[in-house]
Ligand binder design. Sequence first.
Ligand SMILES: Nc1ncnc2c1ncn2[C@@H]1O[C@H](COP(=O)(O)OP(=O)(O)OP(=O)(O)O)[C@@H](O)[C@H]1O
Length: 209
Amino acid sequence: MALLSGHNLSCVKQDRLLFDNLDFSVAASELLYIRGQNGAGKTSLLRIIVGLTDATTGQVDYQGQNIRTVNDQFHQELVYIGHKPGLNHTLSAIENLSFWCQLHNLPHCEHELMDILALLGLVGLEDIPVRQLSAGQQRRAALARLWLKSDAKIWVLDEPFTALDVQGIELLRQRVIGHLGQGGAVIITSHQQLDIDYKTSELMLEYRI
Ligand SMILES: Nc1ncnc2c1ncn2[C@@H]1O[C@H](COP(=O)(O)OP(=O)(O)OP(=O)(O)O)[C@@H](O)[C@H]1O
């Protein structure tokens, strides 16, 4: 059974039809790549998938039910990391992630924060404002959420490799493998191919004029 599926999705932005009649599904331990050139509509599709915006037509189902009707459960079991890191630049990494843990009702996370930041190579940088971190360090801080909310079933990641170095890419790759191994599902946009021994499908968005 599909964990997450989209049916007859279409999206119009600025009078341009980005996609229509679009169906997808992703099941436990599956990875779905969404591909397409700049401006094809990948981010727009991800925002529809996580319920941040409505599709022009169609619906997204979580475990067979419209995400709008199982909103709370869906968001409890989802981690979405957008194209931008989604961090408050005036706060430190610790402050950003502590706030995120509270927002997601994950109080136990606070105890794990330092270990996760160490794993991500951010020790010594955890207390400075995020704006003083490099782009790759900011990305790492954003990706810490994948370690903090480890029981989320669905990960939706928009260009998560952006700005990461080789070691960061491998760290994230191993994390994705671990998640798939635990029965999670991952939807990802990336211009980079991941070499992974799990069922992988691809959705190509054509750029439309
Ligand atoms: N909030 C918005 N209001 C109006 N138009 C938008 C908005 N967001 C995106 N668009 C338009 O929708 C189109 C698709 O944008 P989107 O960000 O989904 O593409 P993308 O495939 O993710 O691109 P990229 O690879 O560059 O990140 C673009 O032409 C963009 O101008």
